[in-house]
Write a protein that binds this ligand. Sequence first.
Ligand SMILES: Cc1cc2nc3c(=O)[nH]c(=O)nc-3n(C[C@H](O)[C@H](O)[C@H](O)COP(=O)(O)OP(=O)(O)OC[C@H]3O[C@@H](n4cnc5c(N)ncnc54)[C@H](O)[C@@H]3O)c2cc1C
Length: 489
Amino acid sequence: MKKAIVIGSGIGGLASAIRLKCKGYDVDVYEKNSYPGGKLTTIEKGGYHFDAGPSIFTLPHLVDELFELAGKNPKDYFQYQKLDVSARYFWEDGTKLTAYADRDKLISEIESKLNANGKEVDKYLSEVERLFKLSYPVFVEKPLNKLSSFLNKETVLAIVNIRKFNLFTSLHNHNKKRFSHPKLIQMWDRYASYNGSNPYTAPGVMSVISNLENNSGVFLPKGGTHSITQSLHQLGIDIGVNYHFNKKIQKIQVRNKEITSITVDDTSITADVFVSNVDVVSLYRMIEGAAKPTKSLEIERSSSALVFYWGISKSFENLGVHNILFSDKYTEEFNHIFNQKDIYIDPTIYINITSKKELGQAPNGCENWFIMINAPSNFNQDWNALIPKFRKIIKAKINRILNVDIDQYIEVEEILDPISIENKTSSHRGSIYGAASNSNLAIFRRHPNSSKQFKNLYFVGGSVHPGGGMPICLNSAKIVDHMIKNIND
Ligand SMILES: Cc1cc2nc3c(=O)[nH]c(=O)nc-3n(C[C@H](O)[C@H](O)[C@H](O)COP(=O)(O)OP(=O)(O)OC[C@H]3O[C@@H](n4cnc5c(N)ncnc54)[C@H](O)[C@@H]3O)c2cc1C
């Protein structure tokens, strides 16, 4: 039997291991942590369960199809519900808006709460739906470093329509041309942050991200997003994937343009195929004698985050699962993150509360708040000073907007920052989505899924093509699956 080694058990690694096993390989996953999932993990404290990383879950069929590929019923492992409200928005001037999944309801909410032109929203959502259908099969489902990706009907159609992608306009300018109300511009600029990018420099084509939330829908897995990790890990066990935890790969050995083995605990382990789920920057540090692909390694990193996990001993009627408390100066917020490598004094605050729908996630009458602000990636800022400073700022903004004294309800607390993200997952500079999309051709500069130097080395996860975010990482594993031959071919 041919042997495959997967390095790292983030969502991209878990999916790759399942796909390789289904191809007939003998699969071993080596993970430096004591648990699977990488960023997609959990924190439990004082009766509260928190999803430690991702909370916005879209395109659930990409998880389902892994069970189907293995001949299993996805429902036996993994369940989820579609949310009828994708987010609740709050502004400092007292405006509140509920973003319904249903388009007509969303439009009438926008008309009544913002007194804005609902037709603009309708037109925008139809446009992003068309653009998504044109761009997804080309830029997300295919490798961009293979000629074969460009010799098909879908790519020709995308090339013919390339002007519509607005690659040379920023997302913000793209949105400014489509919405007359500043709050609508801000709401749709925000989607750049879904892959850690800056709406003022990322290209207009990023508008397609909003298609996921506004047209396809936002889903909540039963038990929170961590159940994605649990169920994929369980599926791997059931079909015979071998997992090795607390096993940090130290070195990767090469001979004649092939990877021959990895070194773990000073022992060398050989295989035929190697799939890296490790951030590419860390990976190249491990390969002995590899030439570094500087163009893709030097590409600007995505934003990172400061996250506070608060067990709150009260229930808040006016909050939903996903809540956004907007900054009044959005331009300044992104200018600080990407240019000044700092956090603006009035950051946008995201509050995720899964216990709104999943009652077991918090004690009775209480809520599990995941509070996140975007932060620059780690350039040795003084995080020890920034964390208490922004803890105070966040509390003050929550108190102002929700008219509460939140301090008295915080029962438990945990904190995640760029340094801990880097330490826990080896993400270069603690960025949460790998490379940012802050230039018009960034997508073409991302590290590809295969290696020019080593023919049996493949790459998956947020730091490589097509990029960060759970569904996108799952696509990287799918691309690699198509690149690697079946055992009997
Ligand atoms: C706070 C936060 C919020 C987020 N919000 C969202 C969201 O709402 N929606 C969304 O879709 N995405 C979100 N993301 C992004 C999403 O979590 C990531 O894009 C995705 O989980 C990355 O998966 P990955 O496959 O790249 O692996 P990672 O999660 O990066 O895991 C890599 C794994 O490799 C292991 N590893 C590293 N080095 C070694 C080594 N030398 N030897 C062995 N193992 C090694 C690590 O320990 C880790 O387990 C968020 C991320 C964070 C941190």
